[in-house]
Write a new protein. Structure first.
Length: 344
């Protein structure tokens, strides 16, 4: 576990009067240009690599059969495409031949994606080259793209990122409310923040910040279950349930009031693309899911100025009450690989 220095102090909430919290500004979520940046020190802010896990790379509706969509995640240029039979695939963007970007002029042919430069075709599931339409046609052994295990669930396309190219070791949960006619059509909010998955998730293990950042009391957790890469926290006599699946994927439920699925996809070492998919009981009205999303975005707008300007402290000065932060950091370690073992 990370080394820590502790100081004795008064219990939570007795070190001063209630704080008003940071300003709630929806524009900070939706308009990155409105954010204040004062940090000028150079060099990486975080000492860990992009985590291994399942992450959203597109909405299912964005990728029609035969379509190719260029994206940038995991600090790499990728393409998301849908085969003629309807399967979503995610691969590296650059042809193994001479480096053409498959998302600019490339074509989907059957289960493959064709390079616009010389017509080399690559299988969407394995990434292997299946055809070279000139010369001897013999396919070199190394003619392949990196292919990412892909699935569609909850209206989203998910890609499995593993630094070493290893297979998935947990699954994406099915959230039945998102397709239940007794619940509203899902409302998706998405935005980019200059931080990383671990830093965002650490807030859930920092109860004191609720007072000073959000101007509210800490949320008391009555039950915490940890099983490998899975966590469940229950509070408010079971009304509030938060589940975490890996680092960056979660489901939060307020019983019979709201459900939302969250995916925090690494763009690179210092940026994440957050997608929140909300649904509410149909009887709450057609705008209830959007209103819930805006309420939560108002809350996260209070965190953004801190996340985007802070640095990671590897050996923090903590109070004894704050050791849950270290427990969280220890749990996160299972989702990282040594960068020296990374595959292309």
């Amino acid at each position: 576990m990370t080394d820590v220095r502790t100081e004795d102090t008064a219990p939570w909430g007795t070190t001063g009067g209630p704080a008003a919290g940071m300003p709630r500004r929806l524009d900070l979520v939706l308009d990155p240009s409105a954010r204040e940046h004062v940090r000028r020190e150079r060099g990486p802010r975080f000492p860990f690599p992009i985590p291994n896990g399942w992450f959203i790379v597109a909405r299912s509706a964005e990728v029609a059969p035969g379509a190719i969509m260029p994206v940038h995640y995991f600090a790499r240029d990728l393409v998301v495409f849908r085969t003629e039979l309807g399967s979503a695939c995610v691969t590296g963007a650059y042809c193994a031949h001479l480096g053409a970007h498959l998302g600019v002029g490339g074509k989907v042919r059957g289960d493959t994606v064709e390079c616009p430069f010389h017509g080399w075709c690559y299988d969407g599931e394995s990434g292997k080259c299946t055809e070279i339409p000139y010369g001897s046609g013999k396919i070199p052994t190394k003619a392949a793209l990196r292919a990412y295990p892909t699935l569609e669930r909850n209206g989203m396309v998910w890609a499995w990122h593993h630094l070493e190219g290893k297979p998935p070791f947990y699954d994406v949960p099915e959230v039945p409310e998102l397709s239940d006619p007794g619940w509203s059509d899902p409302y998706t909010a998405d935005f980019v923040i200059r931080t990383n998955c671990q830093e965002m998730a650490e807030n859930n293990h920092d109860p004191a910040h609720f007072q000073f950042v959000h101007g509210t009391d800490a949320i008391p957790e009555q039950e915490m279950v940890i099983d490998g890469g899975y966590k469940r926290a229950v509070s408010m006599d079971g009304f509030f349930v938060r589940e975490s699946f890996g680092l960056g994927l979660g489901v939060l439920r307020m019983t019979d009031t709201m459900t939302f699925l969250t995916s925090t996809t690494p763009v690179d070492d210092e940026h994440v693309h957050v997608r929140w998919i909300f649904t509410t009981p149909a009887g709450a009205g057609p705008s209830a899911a959007r209103e819930a999303a805006e309420a939560f975005m108002g809350g996260i707008s209070q965190d953004i100025p801190i996340w985007e300007n802070k640095r990671y402290v590897e050996r923090p000065v903590l109070l004894k009450d704050e050791r849950t932060i270290l427990d969280h950091r220890e749990w996160c370690k299972q989702f990282y690989s040594d960068p020296a073992t990374a595959v292309d």
